[in-house]
Design a protein around this ligand. Sequence first.
Ligand code: PLP
Length: 367
Amino acid sequence: MNFDVERLLREEVKDLPVYSPGKSPEEVAGELGISDCVKMASNENPLGPSPLALEAAREALSHAHLYPDARCLRLREALSGRLGVGVDRILVTHGADEAFDLLAYAFLDRGDRVVVGDPTFSSYELAARTMGAEVVKVPLREYRQDVRAMLEAVDGRTKMMVLCSPLNPTGTTVSAAELEEALSGLPREALLVLDEAYLEYVDDPGHPDSLRYLSSDPRIVVTRTFSKIYGLAGLRVGYVLCSPPVREALERVKLPFNVNRLAQAAAEAALRDEEHLERSREMNRRGKRELYRVLEECGFGYVPTQANFILVRNGNHPDLFAELLRRGIIVRDGAALGIPGHVRITIGDEEQNRRLEAALREISGGG
Ligand SMILES: Cc1ncc(COP(=O)(O)O)c(C=O)c1O
């Protein structure tokens, strides 16, 4: 039968790329025959999930025959108690990724404009393009989002500007002054989406407290996740903090049972495990110090980070990604992230960091 799927496809979908998650240890084992790879590529928590979260997920599994709570009320109440934000301003999502889809479904039409940094996390663009919106990518300035230049790209058709802080893939942040500039420069009927997937790793005491703006400006939409410091990437749970009308709009387009029972239970328990959170933060701080030292000793330049990954300049080693891969270390190639000449390395646990150190010393010829 002559079947041409291209003739069925929506125009917007025809040239959409498939999201590329980077290599898995299994793929590398198959391709290079290396069986003991370490993956320092997806900014996951090397400590794993909190034991309390695991226990809650196990318990929830015995109710797997029942639909989960479509409103995620318990988790929203737990978040509300912790953050001091009303439950009417919280929407729980299937990972933060779902939030970008919901924002696009609810607000973007063909011809609308979305302004993002370049590079930035790719999901914003994919979601916007799926709806036919135009995505204007504004180059970073010294590895930071150039808020002023982003505002210059805002026009009458702009429905959204997205800031990511800390920014994936550079680990830099936006300042309070920049956030305020963005809010005052945006049109009244546009949203400022602030992706804070890595917020819990931030050490800089001057990092803006986005929650302060939530009650005074209905245009701000904050997205967060349990995939990073909470170590629950495999369960897919994130949340949005926004004004009640925006939350209601997003609710209209979400799947009824978007967050499964295990994810809801685990996330709620993870929020209670302060000790695990602090251990994760401390492990990252220690790893960051160690890796800065190793990178400096080996002569690699890097961007100081506020997250759990470091953007490293390839320097004299244009094939740094491949050279690390050959040594069983999976990182993200900057070329795939829109920043050629770099690799993005997730800060690991002690053992992973030591493997990375040995490989970097070998590649750089000492240090
Ligand atoms: C900046 C940023 N935002 C959002 C996400 C998506 O997180 P989730 O796993 O919650 O969908 C990621 C994942 O890597 C990210 O780096």
